[in-house]
Write a protein that binds this ligand. Sequence first.
Ligand SMILES: NC(=O)C1=CN([C@@H]2O[C@H](COP(=O)(O)OP(=O)(O)OC[C@H]3O[C@@H](n4cnc5c(N)ncnc54)[C@H](O)[C@@H]3O)[C@@H](O)[C@H]2O)C=CC1
Ligand SMILES: CC(C)CC(=O)C(=O)O
Length: 407
Amino acid sequence: MAASLQLNARHFSPSFQPFHSSSTKSSKPNLVRCSAATHSSKRSYKITLLPGDGIGPEVISVAKDVLVLAASFEGIKFEFREMLLGGAALDATGVPLPDETLAVSKESDAVLLGAIGGYKWDKNEKRLKPETGLLQIREGLKVFANLRPATVFPQLVDASTLKREVAEGVDLMVVRELTGGIYFGKPRGFGTNENGEETGFNTEIYAKHEIDRITRVAFEIARKRRGKLCSVDKSNVLEASMFWRRRVQEISAEYPDIELSHMYVDNAAMQLVRYPKQFDTIVTNNIFGDILSDEASMITGSIGMLPSASLGDSGPGLFEPIHGSAPDIAGQDKANPCATVLSAAMLLRYGLGEDKAADRIENAVLDTLNKGFRTGDIHSAGTKLVGCKQLGEEIMKSVDSQAPAVV
Ligand SMILES: NC(=O)C1=CN([C@@H]2O[C@H](COP(=O)(O)OP(=O)(O)OC[C@H]3O[C@@H](n4cnc5c(N)ncnc54)[C@H](O)[C@@H]3O)[C@@H](O)[C@H]2O)C=CC1
Ligand SMILES: CC(C)CC(=O)C(=O)O
């Protein structure tokens, strides 16, 4: 357990605490902040739960129980509102993001999301796709900074698809721009070209302020980690990337203590599997961040392990696993709930400023892995194969076994 605690402290706490770290070398104000994070004396919080589709409800159920238990040891109470998003919302209301879901989310202190999507809605027109609801809520909450930590836990080195010596010790943070770029750029749509042939088109576009703010967030994060930032782009081809690189370079003058490098995205994809330990903090646009963080997840053993936090200048943060709704295993009790449980820990730490309760959850996940419990995606010889629910129960037991705190 001592090793777990040490691991926990190294991998989560000092790496990034943009809201409440007093040990930062920076004298600048924090750049990303959620409303509740500044009120750590508040002991009751409104949380919006968005289970979504597929394995979403399964992993959210586990994460909610773990969240409630871990927080109770710190005297924290929650008021939950469960709302519809994605395919579930489409079926019930005809739209993927009902107005009420966005309104309730905006009024809460933090939002915990499972995943959206599924075969049933794959052929829907764009505005009626579950994925549109997800993009809309990210935009609606203005959560432009998506933090995706990829950490190889010693317990899971053998679950990595990479050789032990390549995977061991990897600890990187992908800072993905989340509310701009090609996922939102206009013009977009379907058309006809000069030959009368059908086309589909999208626009990769970034305004100066969008690049500047995500770059500053990434520099601040790098400063609290190992002081290295790699900006990933495709500036040998794309104008939007040329502009991105120019802005990152210019902003870097504000951070002379941080070692900045630039890398083309195709090379970055290759380097991530060749020698991932070279990376500390990566900053990149929306689509490259989406792809590279999925790739990075496999270094850690499974996409079922990776949490994320999406933050804006103000208002509630959005916390979600990086994986999708996994329709291939939905309803079979096979999903790994760790990514969502760890997202709940990020919610406590970065959304509410409740570090101690976050520590409890992260310690419990590591303790459960130490005891050998594994879902199918991270199972290897000599470990105990369990389902989503049982892994959740084991995490709860580990939370419970930690000494009670002052309440
Ligand atoms: N944030 C979100 O809600 C996202 C939603 N999606 C949507 O999810 C649906 C499925 O997309 P895919 O490309 O298949 O990606 P996916 O992440 O849902 O699944 C990819 C593979 O990883 C496995 N996997 C994912 N999460 C897992 C977990 N917690 N435990 C064990 N195995 C896990 C799945 O079984 C599948 O084999 C689509 O409708 C897609 O649009 C995709 C990515 C993100
Ligand atoms: C499902 C998409 C809207 C986005 C996505 O793949 C992601 O952010 O992970």
